[in-house]
Design a protein around this ligand. Structure first.
Ligand SMILES: [Zn+2]
Ligand SMILES: [Zn+2]
Length: 369
């Protein structure tokens, strides 16, 4: 096999060589440098990977297969920015990955948190404490990031009781929330975002796009000129992200229609025509149309299934969830139950809005008819 160096670009920070295997045109590793088919050769790092000039993805461990490890993104430049941080437990791993670029936590200027889930802001406090980093997040997710929970434990408890969750499962869910809280250190948000902000990030210009649905305050970072989107958990290649219930401290039941907001956000993203999407879990996504079509198809199927279970006479959200997802069990049971209840509730909200079902609270239980 022969390899042909077709370009040598110096003297940038990292020498870049364009190289091709003249026979197979396949990716190769040579001399500690990273080669991709017909692409510019990039310096190889163990824990981080250059995805754009001066932008690096760092993949941090997260227990469980779904959604799988967390991708955070490092933008080097006059100011150093991180998009998301991973959990508090993987802060050491993140520190090592930053070390590959001669950076410490104290060198981070800003952290953009895509949303208030612990795998995204968990290590922010550790970074802030080490130096000067400012934390930016959407106004709607500040409570989650600063308090560790969107609403009080009581509000969660009341909601789960209304859904008909048995006490034994409720206790397991309580333990699950303790685990979640442990994954992140609460952290003060310094920069409040609302969507629409135009920012400088590394050597790029970007726009903050508010994309509620997965959480109340989910945001994406869009590099306008390059048409590249960093989408947090709003789009994940290997799963349909949950449009989580949006609990409200003052309301007995969530009033915001998460699914509706989620699909409007997807349309907003589609309108940007991104050429590449970098997700917080899993692979990068080149084809937005295909992925959104897939999401819409599975959403329609899920809606139809929920409606048929309700039409068969089942009124209780917890039991609908168990019928809809009969396979759930094992060590992930509490998490799967919470996700399935969230899924059923957010679906019945839409069915109710469309006049296909009605919801009533009777004897402390929500009845779906
Ligand atoms: Zn999330
Ligand atoms: Zn996540």
């Amino acid at each position: 096999m022969t390899y042909k160096i077709v370009a040598l670009i110096l003297p940038f920070r990292e020498s870049k060589i364009l190289i091709k295997n003249s026979e197979t045109h396949r990716s190769v590793y040579v001399c500690g440098c990273y080669f991709e088919k017909g692409e510019e050769l990039k310096k190889e790092y163990k824990l981080s990977r250059e995805i754009l000039p001066d932008v690096f993805s760092i993949t941090l461990p997260l227990p469980g297969k779904r959604p799988g490890p967390v991708n955070v993104y490092l933008f080097k430049g006059r100011e150093v920015t991180l998009i998301d941080t991973g959990t508090a437990q993987t802060a050491g791993f993140l520190q090592k990955a930053l070390g590959e670029h001669g950076l410490r936590f104290a060198d981070i200027d800003r952290i953009i948190v895509t949303h208030g889930h612990p795998d995204h802001y968990g290590a922010a406090k550790k970074i802030v404490t080490a130096g000067r980093a400012k934390v930016a997040a959407h106004a709607e997710d500040i409570v989650s990031i600063e308090n560790g929970m969107e609403v009080s434990a009581n509000r969660y408890r009341n909601f789960l009781q209304l859904m008909g969750v048995p006490i034994s499962i409720g206790i397991l869910l309580g333990l699950l929330f303790v685990v979640f809280k442990h994954m992140a250190d609460n952290c003060v948000v310094d920069i409040v975002m609302h969507g629409g902000e135009e920012i400088e990030i590394g050597r790029y210009r970007a726009k903050i796009i508010d994309t509620p649905g997965h959480s109340k305050g989910s945001v994406c970072v869009f590099l306008d000129k390059e048409k590249i989107l960093f989408c947090g958990d709003t789009i994940i290649e290997h799963i349909t992200p949950n449009a989580f219930i949006m609990l409200d401290e003052k309301e007995v039941l969530p009033v915001r229609l998460s699914q509706d907001e989620f699909y409007k956000s997807l349309d907003k993203i589609k309108g940007l025509s991104p050429s590449m999407i970098y997700s917080a879990h899993g692979k990068k996504i080149p084809d937005i149309e295909q992925i959104i079509d897939g999401y819409k198809k599975s959403f329609a199927e899920r809606q139809a299934k929920v409606l048929s279970i309700v039409n068969s006479g089942e009124k209780n959200v917890y039991r609908i969830a168990r019928l809809l997802f009969p396979e759930i069990g094992g060590v992930r049971l509490p998490l799967e139950i919470f996700l399935s209840i969230s899924e059923v509730y957010t679906n019945i909200q839409v069915l109710q809005r469309d006049g296909k079902i009605s919801l009533n609270i009777r004897n402390g239980l929500l009845e779906v008819t």
